[in-house]
Design a protein around this ligand. Structure first.
Ligand code: PEP
Length: 256
């Protein structure tokens, strides 16, 4: 059975004092939750702080992006090995905010995905359609194209060391979450597309849902057969909300 995974994406939020309070409370809040896994992806400057506060706990830490290159003249860039030096296990790749505001493409996201895996990081690969694309019935075309950008280039086997995340753009940061049925339909589509290449990898790959997840909708989303947890933005900044979401994931694994 696939374990549930809940990943907090802090985006460009945090200050040293408030991070400390949040991470210490988070550690306490999830310490007895043994059936699911938890991660926080923090801004680069706070990765060392996350490492020092979280090591030895059941919360892992990671980054929100990486550069695919190593040791070259690229001002402002951070490589995969710099992340592993600070104990990161996960890195978000291809988030819609990176694709839209930083002009990342399917191709550059795939290159980052590969660099992450080669360094031993688990990429959390984000896919999702815009509101216009959904209205035009292009959801499967867009999500399929994004997924294929990995599979065509590297083969489906690389997904055995990755996490996938369906994050419809119209749900991210909007307070309009996908319904469990809407999300499940796309998650099943993703899993079936992976299964066309490798049934075993499809059975095991974790597919997270992201987009306005909160304590009141988490349990219903996590109860869906192909939703293996969540990628959480705003609700990961408020420790009680994030802990509630983690509890919902843990509970779903206990009762399933
Ligand atoms: C995200 O950006 O990954 C996200 C899911 O944001 P929010 O939970 O705030 O919608």
């Amino acid at each position: 059975m696939r374990r549930k995974l809940v990943v907090g994406n802090w985006k460009m939020n945090g200050r040293i004092a408030q991070n400390q309070a949040l991470l210490e409370a988070l550690k306490v809040g999830v310490k007895d939750l043994k059936h699911a896994d938890f991660v926080v992806c923090v801004p680069y400057p706070y990765i060392a702080q996350a490492q020092s506060l979280l090591q030895g706990s059941n919360v892992a830490w990671g980054a929100q992006n990486l550069c695919a290159n190593e040791n070259v003249a690229l001002t402002g860039a951070v490589s995969a090995y710099m992340l592993t030096d600070y104990g990161c296990r996960y890195v978000i790749v291809g988030h819609s905010e990176r694709r839209i505001q930083f002009h990342e493409t399917d191709d550059t996201a795939a290159t980052r995905f590969d660099a992450a895996e080669k360094a031993g990081l688990t990429p959390i690969f984000c896919m999702g359609e815009s509101a216009d694309e959904r209205e035009s019935d292009w959801t499967e075309y867009v999500v399929g194209r994004q997924l294929d950008s990995i599979i065509r280039r590297f083969g489906a086997a690389v997904l055995s060391k990755a996490v996938l995340a369906y994050e419809p753009l119209w749900a991210v940061g909007t307070d309009i979450p996908a319904t469990p049925e809407q999300a499940q339909k796309v998650h099943a589509f993703i899993r079936n597309r992976v299964a066309r290449c490798d049934a075993n990898i499809a059975k095991n790959v974790q597919i997270l849902y992201g987009g306005s997840l909160n304590p009141s909708n988490a349990a219903a989303l996590f109860a869906m057969p192909d939703i293996d947890g969540g990628l959480v933005g705003r609700s990961s900044l408020e420790v009680n909300s994030f802990v509630e979401i983690c509890k919902a994931a843990n509970q779903e694994c206990v009762t399933a």
